[in-house]
Design a protein around this ligand. Structure first.
Ligand code: SF4
Length: 378
């Protein structure tokens, strides 16, 4: 347990102060850091240039200046990211990559130009018609722009070899994280919902190879622990993200563990590998059409409901918790479809509204308590 606790403590230091972690990387390596807005970002290209890709998923902060750019009905991730930008929190980044899979991100990209002109922005558009060759070609051309920008920032050419090496680092990270969520589900007495989230989140502020080797160590330590049957209820989280931490603590307080997730902030980022091939940019572009079950990706067959049912069954979960990011249109569009499918499969579903600036978790406490009681009575 000593080793497990040491890894958790080290990752906690990173997550508690991402700015320090980024500065330490820059000092140690002499390289730059680049921000990556949600949800998907070709981090491998950034990594191949020796640059640290940094996840920019908002955070808890008092909102005031961001109201100049966003109405109150914008999601809290982008409101807080804008607040941080206006307060100079991101000034140590050489650039930010801004994808545009939803309307709020589209306007965020435009707003950034006047809100934080000191930090270069690199827009990127992921095509919705991803499964046709033209979609792959188009996405590859978008990635060319990111590659060129990273070469300008680093002053170095990104070779095919470097890009393919970075893809290998990221595929190894994805495989390791899939192993981690499985190992964590076998040790719910150790990996509480907040610790699970922390270990996944730390990867946003660490070089992926370093994060992966720490996670491998943690997994082997976890596997060496005696198995203890978890006495509480097991849930699967779905949605964009499950924050703040006080919310995750409520699950543990009500004898509930997170046994798997379908969160954009967590498993959706590592459940699909980049396919094999020779041309690195093309490989990255071919990963996009392989992704499924995400509200931000065009999916005419709407597979998310069945995917959730499969995750619940595979993990013998007792129910699903939808972490509905307040004012997130793409998630709101998906919800009625998968709710019906979960209902038909007899899987209990809790709808929880997520707002990073939630002043108190009291409202969520009552809902989580009632859900726990309902699961107990089943
Ligand atoms: S939470 Fe929803 S609305 Fe906000 S950036 Fe993500 S997809 Fe867009």
């Amino acid at each position: 347990m000593e080793k497990i606790n040491a890894i958790i403590a080290e990752m906690n230091t990173v997550v508690s102060s991402p700015k320090k972690a980024v500065s330490a990387f820059k000092e140690e390596t002499g390289k730059e850091a680049v921000g990556c807005l949600p949800v998907y970002c070709p981090e491998e290209i950034v990594h191949a240039a020796g640059i640290l890709p940094v996840g920019m998923w908002g955070g808890q902060t008092a909102l005031s200046k961001s109201h100049t750019y966003f109405p109150a009905f914008a999601c809290s991730i982008l409101q807080s990211a804008m607040e941080f930008a206006l307060n100079g929190v991101y000034d140590n980044l050489a650039a930010v990559i801004i994808p545009a899979p939803c309307d709020t991100l589209k306007s965020f990209g435009q707003d950034w130009i006047s809100a934080a002109p000191q930090v270069r922005s690199i827009p990127i558009v992921y095509p919705q018609m991803s499964r046709i060759e033209e979609g792959v070609e188009y996405l590859k051309s978008e990635f060319e722009i990111v590659k060129k920008a990273m070469e300008e920032i680093s002053g170095e050419t990104i070779t095919d070899e470097a890009l393919n090496n970075s893809i290998a680092v990221y595929n190894e990270y994805r495989k390791t994280m899939r192993e981690f969520v499985k190992a964590a589900a076998e040790h719910l007495e150790i990996i509480t919902p907040a610790i699970r989230h922390l270990l996944i989140k730390a990867a946003f502020f660490m070089e992926k190879g370093k994060h992966t080797s720490m996670m491998k160590e943690l997994i082997s330590e976890l596997k060496a622990q005696p198995k203890v049957e978890y006495k509480g209820k097991k849930v699967v989280l779905t949605g964009i993200m499950a924050e703040p931490d006080s919310l995750l603590d409520l699950f543990a307080q009500n004898n509930m563990a997170v046994v798997a997730d379908d969160l954009a902030h967590e498993s959706r980022l590592f459940r699909t590998d980049v396919p094999d091939g020779e041309d690195g940019l093309e490989r990255l572009a071919r990963q996009w059409p392989l992704m499924e079950g995400c509200s931000l990706i065009y999916d005419p067959q709407k597979k998310r409901g069945q995917m959730l049912i499969d995750i619940v069954r595979e993990n013998r979960a007792d129910g699903v918790v939808l972490c509905m990011m307040k004012f997130c249109d793409p998630e709101e569009f998906d919800y009625p479809i998968f709710r019906k499918e979960l209902e038909a499969a007899g899987i209990p579903l809790l709808y929880l509204e997520i707002d990073q600036q939630m002043p108190s978790a009291e409202q969520a406490r009552t809902r989580i308590q009632s859900f726990a009681e309902m699961l107990d009575s089943m």
